[in-house]
Design a protein around this ligand. Structure first.
Ligand SMILES: Cc1ncc(COP(=O)(O)O)c(C=O)c1O
Length: 428
């Protein structure tokens, strides 16, 4: 496969961009080789700077559930662009998206009272604001999070955070003073005893339990429903808020995300990725009494020059409108067929899946905690990654990252990928 244009772009990039990339996992460090530079994409296909074409199982890390360049999203963006890229004032597009999301959540998770939403420019900002709001609302300082759950790169949450830090094999980030994470309690996933113990020790100081209800940044560590219910119980009993970080799972595992899938209501929920339709967006939603503590009504500050950006709002609204029931059914069928056939092949690797999110793991039982994933399996993933790349399948360049299906994908594309995966893992 000719990758000369990608290689020369990367060589130029390393001279002017740290590590040659603007987000660390893109650098291919854990899978070897150099990053592929994409030039264009349509539907489920990417085309790189050398003209190679790939089926895209990375989906820009999750936002592109309807694929690349969906005509409805492009048309929404185009018509907004012609009016202005940004006003720096309130605009109708943010009202339309807010109304759409709140109505959608009212229908999908009627008991959850998700009544207001504030838009920002990234998932990191959304979670950063969620914990500030939880602290301001409860007048408590500590946040309980889980080993392997990633919540963006804000200082106090870069503790055992999975994602790029798992990929690079570093537990925490340099540059975060220890005092910044003293208010962050980290416990393993799937461990009721550790949870109870944290509340015995710190209960009166815990402002919020923060979790990815579908942990998808350190492998796909699907949790038992009982464990997620226990979080809700402990939060209510302990006077803390439950925050679901649905930056990946929101609008993907169901219209109402993991809250709908598991039937558990968080007090606050964060979104990103899909809600922006491919543009940079994050959002925080929750009950009126909590959300009204945000400035300007309340004392908890949050702001953003491009928050509620009209182009991003238009793209997000267009994508959400495409996600009707048949879209979820198509994704579920593709995913179920892939998972069932791969797992029927009696290999030493298996697949775990929820809706259109999938992950390959070594072993027979899907791990539920970060420390159950062997680092050796990452070497095998690196080979698999290269094997797929050379055969026109683009996967995230790290074995800790999940794969995504998108609505324009066909049965043929998925079954070709299945065939490659079975052939590859047969010899491992
Ligand atoms: C669960 C979760 N929360 C937060 C974030 C941060 O979002 P962003 O990269 O948009 O800042 C991510 C990013 O992957 C994520 O997966």
């Amino acid at each position: 496969m000719n990758q000369t244009n990608s290689q020369s772009l990367y060589a130029r990039a390393t001279r002017v961009i740290p590590g040659g990339v603007n987000s660390p996992v893109r650098a291919f460090r854990s899978v070897g080789g150099t990053p592929i530079y994409m030039e264009s994409a349509t539907g489920s296909r990417l085309r790189d700077a050398d003209g190679n074409v790939y089926v895209d199982f990375c989906n820009s890390w999750g936002p592109l559930i309807t694929g690349h360049r969906h005509p409805a999203i492009l048309s929404a963006i185009r018509s907004q662009m012609l009016r202005s890229l940004t006003f720096g004032t309130p605009c109708e597009q943010e009202v339309l998206l807010a109304e759409h999301v709140i109505q959608l959540l009212k229908r999908s998770v009627p008991d959850c009272r998700i009544e207001k939403i504030r838009f920002m420019s990234s998932g990191t900002e959304a979670v950063m604001t969620a914990i500030r709001l939880a602290r301001g609302f409860t007048n408590r300082s500590k946040i309980l999070k889980f080993d392997g759950c990633y919540h963006g790169h804000s200082d106090s949450l870069l503790a055992k955070a999975g994602s790029g830090m798992a990929t690079l094999g570093v537990p925490d980030s340099a540059g975060v003073p220890a005092s910044f994470t003293t208010e962050t309690i980290v416990i393993p996933l799937d461990d009721e005893a550790a949870l109870e113990n944290a509340f015995v020790q710190h209960g009166r100081d815990i402002a919020a339990i923060l979790i990815e209800p579908v942990p998808a940044n350190n492998g796909l560590l699907l949790q038992r429903k009982e464990f997620l219910q226990k979080l809700k119980y402990m939060a209510v009993a302990g006077g803390a808020l439950l925050i679901f970080d649905e930056v990946i799972s929101g609008f993907r595992v169901a219209p109402g995300g993991a809250a709908q899938y598991y039937g558990i209501c968080p007090d606050l929920v964060t979104y990103g990725k899909i809600i922006g339709g491919g543009m940079p967006v994050g959002a925080l939603a929750g009950r009126n009494d909590v959300m009204d503590r945000l400035a300007p009504d309340g004392p908890v500050y949050q702001a953003g020059t491009l928050s509620g950006n009209p182009v991003a709002m238009s793209a997000g609204l267009a994508q959400l409108k495409l996600l009707e029931q048949p879209a979820y059914e198509h994704l579920e069928t593709l995913g179920r067929n892939l998972e069932t056939a791969f797992n029927a092949a009696s290999l030493s690797w298996k697949m775990v899946r929820i809706g259109s999110i999938f992950w390959f793991y070594q072993g027979q039982e899907p791990p539920r905690r970060a420390d159950k994933i062997g680092r050796d399996s990452m070497k095998v993933y690196a080979e698999f990654h290269r094997y797929c790349l050379e055969r026109g399948m683009y996967l995230a360049p790290s074995g800790y990252e999940v794969g995504f299906l998108s609505t324009p994908m066909t049965e043929q594309e998925v079954s070709r990928f299945l065939g490659l995966a079975v052939d590859f893992f047969k010899s491992r």
